[in-house]
Ligand binder design. Structure first.
Ligand code: COI
Length: 355
């Protein structure tokens, strides 16, 4: 089913997995795919549970033209990162949260899902097998992309008969080409990311292609990305294309509540806890777009994005500017979060998992 180079098991491995680091210019990492040595693959049928998976050499997969994922978008993605600590150890950040979110998404998309234990075990195996691709401390992380796909063939609209759980990995650093520089966002009026009763709250693959048109248009006009409004009232801010959004006013930090159209980001959840610990009041609520006019700060959060400060937002031709950089709340949250993720400070929250 998969064109697995691992099938040629008796051939010597072309990969020198014993070396400490792959031959990569670690200072040039962004968020482009850099294929690594191994991917994890586990399969099951519709009436089974996932049971046994294996590491294959990274490579193309073979799919039926009538697979559920190709025809009807029956698929989910996840994203999580492994960091290399100064002492050489490897750290994952809250992988059980990714497992849980995948399970919730799978329920919505009528798919079987790996147990939390199977998920974490698969992630650990994928990191360990691709260890030489984990960037040196401070240079980035190994981004893991778990996929849950309806790979069985189906013609009518119905759940696929077979499923594949797969994890591939790529070393990454900053998501935006702006690097750590503040983002400029454009508030989108014509296109929406999610609708009530839809799938905006889960990480289904179909949530991402529909945002590309608005994103490309905004980038052509010099913006970093798009801020979406709710599709019912066209009045409340929702998300950026691949991240959650927060606004800061005085001691109050607000973010849209996760009520179906907002993705329950793991970085979002972690930043809320860190902000609470710093004594900020954090409120999850509907945020009218008009509040952007007098916010002190705006920032985005996500696994890929981490905590990205927003320098300006343009809405109906007016540009609003926000505080960023040293002394900003976003900077404090970024520093604390990444210090925990990289094992630089004590993880009092118990979020990190050693591999
Ligand atoms: C992540 O932050 O891991 C995501 O899944 C966003 C991605 C679509 C770039």
């Amino acid at each position: 089913f998969f064109t697995s180079q691992a099938a040629a098991a008796c051939e010597p491995s072309p990969f020198r997995t014993d070396e400490e680091y792959a031959d990569v210019n670690w200072d040039k990492l962004g968020f482009d795919l850099m294929p690594t040595d191994y991917m994890y693959v586990m399969k099951c049928s519709q009436d089974e549970k996932f049971s046994y998976g294996e590491l294959n050499h990274y490579g193309n997969i073979e799919l039926s033209p009538s697979s559920g994922v190709l025809n009807y978008g029956q698929g989910l993605l996840e994203g999580l990162k492994a960091y290399r600590k100064v002492d050489g150890g490897l750290l994952l950040f809250r992988p059980e949260e990714n497992a849980r979110r995948l399970q919730l998404g799978a329920e919505r998309m009528c798919m079987p899902s790996p147990s939390t234990e199977q998920f974490i075990n698969a992630v650990k195996q994928t990191v360990a097998a691709n260890k030489r691709w984990v960037p040196p401390p401070g240079k980035g992380s190994l981004y893991m992309r778990p996929l849950l796909l309806g790979t069985g063939a189906i013609l009518g609209v119905a759940p696929a008969p077979n499923y594949t759980f797969l994890i591939y990995a790529s070393p990454v650093a900053n998501y935006f080409k702006e690097g750590m520089a503040p983002l400029s966002l454009f508030v989108e009026d014509d296109f929406h990311r999610a609708t009530p009763g839809g799938t905006g709250g889960i990480k289904t693959i179909g949530n991402y292609a529909p945002v590309m048109k608005a994103q490309i248009r905004a980038k052509k006009n010099g913006f970093s990305d798009v801020l979406y409004l709710d599709s019912v009232n066209k009045k409340y801010i929702e998300e950026v294309s691949a991240s959650n959004v927060f606004i800061v006013k005085g001691n109050m930090i607000s973010t849209p509540a996760t009520e179906g159209t907002i993705l329950a980001g793991i970085t979002r959840k972690s930043v809320i806890d860190i902000a609470h610990n710093y004594g900020y009041q954090v409120v999850e609520r509907p945020i009218p777009v008009t509040e952007l006019t007098d916010a002190d700060e705006v920032f985005c959060t996500g696994t890929a994005v981490v905590v990205a400060p927003v320098g300006s937002i343009t809405y109906h031709g007016k540009r609003f500017e926000y505080k960023t950089g040293l002394g900003a709340v976003s900077e404090k949250l970024y520093s604390t979060l990444t210090a925990i993720q990289m094992g630089l400070i004590e993880d009092k929250m118990g979020w990190t998992v050693e591999i």
